[in-house]
Design a protein around this ligand. Sequence first.
Ligand SMILES: Nc1ncnc2c1ncn2[C@@H]1O[C@H](COP(=O)(O)OP(=O)(O)OP(=O)(O)O)[C@@H](O)[C@H]1O
Length: 255
Amino acid sequence: MDTAMQPDVLVIDDLQKHFGGLEIMRGVDLTIKHGERHALVGPNGAGKSTLFNLISGEHRPSGGQIYLRGQRISGLKPEQISRRGLTRSFQITNVFSRMSAFENIRIGVMARHGIRFNLYRRIKPMRAINDEAHALLQQVRLDHRADNLASDLTYSEQRALEIGMTLATGAEVILLDEPTAGMSRDETAYMVELIRQVTEGKTLMMVEHDMSVVFGLCDRISVLVYGRILATGSPEEIRSNQEVQSAYLGEEEEH
Ligand SMILES: Nc1ncnc2c1ncn2[C@@H]1O[C@H](COP(=O)(O)OP(=O)(O)OP(=O)(O)O)[C@@H](O)[C@H]1O
């Protein structure tokens, strides 16, 4: 679908963040459209993770607003934002290492259904929860690893598990922070296909340094430089943008 026709799911309006006297977000305006895969790129220290932390509620903005489907979410706590349908993964793997892959996913499913551990013994709802957790494991291609401790999974399997946990919350808007970081070329290709499949019909915003992943997977790209959006556009528009070339892409190619 032409992204111009899609409604805005996430609207970021003049977002600012200071850490003490340090201005990190300097008035970010950005809209993410329903169903698109949107990459956030930019040089190290541009503020990409900070922007994710602001959207998902880990940080409170110093100024400006964030709206999810027209409702203000800036100032809400991460769990409140997650309940409204937006969730994120972190740059560093964030799984429960002493639990099995299956249990990791099940925790997310249980949280979504508001089931606490003291209700564990009610068999019927647990069966439905288990079925859902198995289906999610299958979606992230880890069903053969269901009973393995998360700490025994390979690095890329752990990142896939983390994506499964993100899906388990039932979120329609998913933020992934560098999902292919530290992966080999084959693992990256595998992860890109996995992300493509599991985000079908959902809205994805991802921070990614690997431009081949960005250009191959995303419908639109925003370039964040020094706490401001320098440009937003299709992969072709971003590739041919002179300002982006000199501020970011040229620098990436040199490295
Ligand atoms: N809690 C904090 N307190 C103070 N400064 C912070 C804090 N979090 C981030 N910063 C600073 O904000 C700036 C942006 O950092 P951020 O991690 O958002 O950049 P990034 O674009 O994600 O970088 P990278 O690509 O290297 O991950 C950096 O200068 C960082 O030192």
